[in-house]
Design a protein around this ligand. Structure first.
Ligand SMILES: Nc1ncnc2c1ncn2[C@@H]1O[C@H](COP(=O)(O)OP(=O)(O)O)[C@@H](O)[C@H]1O
Ligand SMILES: [Mg+2]
Length: 233
């Protein structure tokens, strides 16, 4: 795949929530993230950013429109196939880290790698340690996840999301619960990943953060109102 190819592409994504009343949350979203691109998504609270990210990451399949991952149409694909694609190709970082609190930091990072089953446990462990080192939290590897600070947890979550060398890393307000010092650390990590060619799609409410990305996609009321650059859909 060349640099000019989208890693993920959404065409006309429409999403309704039926409960408590019928509400159309996404009203036809077109979006592309190109290989190696660091894209950010901004927009008012409630405009549909998280909803969109859940769909793009294949966790929510209840939508209409079309989704392509790495050139493959994945809309309507069987659950098991999506689950495998997600584990192989998408790294996801939530606003809240969702680490397993009673497992060690190292084990948390290793889990998606073990699930994938391509490498031996030893190899997965080595790779996990490399990522923890890049994130500056390798000294916490043997601590339980609930014994490290909030900023460290978020960096552990990023290491976990990277364990299977995903095509794209998607993050929903990854600095939303961090102080400015830790936010800067996380931004620095993303910039470093981007410099190495990692594709990133990051939802943020932090304008300074967005200014540091290649392109900012702006959403309003369930639509993309600015692609940040000319985009031929
Ligand atoms: N599970 C749900 N059921 C019903 N409405 C929801 C659900 N999740 C989100 N919404 C509504 O969808 C809209 C968009 O939410 P969300 O995608 O979380 O926005 P953002 O991430 O941009 O703040 C909001 O009005 C929210 O209340
Ligand atoms: Mg949100």
């Amino acid at each position: 795949m060349s640099n000019g190819d989208p890693v993920i592409e959404a065409r006309g994504i429409v999403k309704w929530f039926r409960d408590p009343v019928d509400t159309q949350v996404l009203k036809g979203v077109d979006l592309k993230v190109m290989r190696g691109e660091f894209a950010s998504v901004m927009g008012k609270s409630g405009c549909g950013k998280s909803t969109l990210l859940y769909i793009l990451s294949t966790m929510d399949t209840d939508y209409s429109g079309e989704l392509l991952l790495d050139g493959e149409r994945i809309t309507g694909a069987p659950h098991e196939h999506l689950s495998r694609l997600r584990n192989e190709k998408i790294g996801f970082v939530f606003q809240f880290h969702y680490l397993i609190p009673e497992f060690t930091v190292l084990r948390n990072v290793m889990l998606p790698g073990l699930k994938r089953g391509l490498l031996t446990e030893r190899e997965v462990e080595e790779r996990a340690m490399t990522h923890l080192r890049t994130m500056g939290v390798d000294h916490q590897a043997q601590k339980r996840a609930n014994q490290v600070s909030g900023g460290e947890k978020q960096r552990v979550a990023i290491a976990r999301a990277l364990i299977n060398e995903p095509l794209i890393l998607m993050c929903d307000e990854p600095t939303g619960n961090l102080d400015s010092r830790n936010s800067d650390i996380v931004l620095g990590i993303f910039k470093g990943l981007s410099a190495k060619g990692q594709s990133l799609l990051v939802v943020t409410h932090d304008e300074d953060f967005a200014l540091n990305t290649d392109r900012t996609i702006v959403m309003d009321d369930g639509r993309v109102v600015d692609h940040g650059k000319e985009m031929s859909v």
